[in-house]
Design a binder for this molecule. Structure first.
Ligand SMILES: C[S@@+](CC[C@H](N)C(=O)[O-])C[C@H]1O[C@@H](n2cnc3c(N)ncnc32)[C@H](O)[C@@H]1O
Length: 224
């Protein structure tokens, strides 16, 4: 039976549009559910090797199981790797680094460390695509949803709107904050945008956030 693909999202589609068919090395930080974004990367870039990383053992196993139904899985190496730690790749390795909804888990120092490493492993003219939660997210407009904010780490601890008892921690990033951080790391900015998107609330991407408001995301496309 043909494997059912996971539902794509607006920001994922925008990230995949940045791909060029001639790309040879791609790094996807925070593998997508079932590796669906990475299979699409392999389809668009038939000569590319795609390295997809995560810190979630269970999610990795699930993604490998799903991806192994596609012939494009041969192009993909999926593994445990923490982006806040030094990466085991040579300088100037990757044509494209895709980081959708992952870098906002890092605190200020970890994000700086990760961006140093991403810059190092990107080729000259290589593209970095980032999507992170924006600080205009609905929860941040509601004091009763915010538990704490740490100025040193820039991390907010809060209740997620669609399941109020669930406590989350993120580094919310405005367009300006993300642009400034990337420029401090010597990236050239191609585009900065923020937009609404209803994120899926489960790992299998079957349920979208049906609560008060859609999510609000910051997207940056940067070049080394
Ligand atoms: C919300 S999911 C987004 C997945 C995918 N990029 C997408 O757009 O569908 C976050 C992913 O990032 C991974 N992740 C979280 N912290 C990470 C870290 N420090 N290093 C690498 N991956 C991380 C999680 O395990 C998970 O796979």
């Amino acid at each position: 039976m043909r494997e059912k693909a996971f539902k794509p999202s607006k920001s994922e589609k925008r990230g995949l549009k940045q791909l060029k068919s001639t790309m040879k090395n791609i790094l996807s930080i925070g593998i997508s559910t079932g590796g669906s974004a990475e299979i699409n990367m392999a389809k668009t870039c038939p000569e590319a090797k795609i390295v997809a990383t995560t810190i979630d053992e269970k999610g990795l196993k699930f993604s490998i199981e799903k991806m192994s139904n596609y012939k494009e899985f041969a192009q993909i190496e999926a593994k445990i790797e923490d982006v806040s730690k030094p990466m085991p790749y040579s300088d100037n390795t990757f044509d494209y680094v895709y980081a959708r909804l992952v870098l906002h888990y890092l605190d200020k120092q970890q994000l700086n460390d990760a961006l140093n490493e991403i810059y190092r492993v990107l080729k000259s003219n290589g593209i970095l695509f980032i999507v992170a939660r924006n600080n205009k997210e609905w929860e941040l407009t509601k004091p009763e949803f915010i538990i704490s904010y740490d100025e040193v780490t820039n991390m907010t601890t809060y209740y997620e709107q669609w399941k109020k008892e669930v406590v989350r921690e993120r580094q919310f990033l405005s367009e300006k904050q993300l642009e400034d951080i990337l420029m401090q790391h010597k990236f050239k900015i191609n585009s900065v945008k923020s937009y609404k998107e209803r994120l899926f609330t489960d790992y299998e991407r079957t349920k979208q956030n049906q609560s008060k408001k859609p999510n609000f995301l910051t997207e940056v496309v940067a070049v080394k």
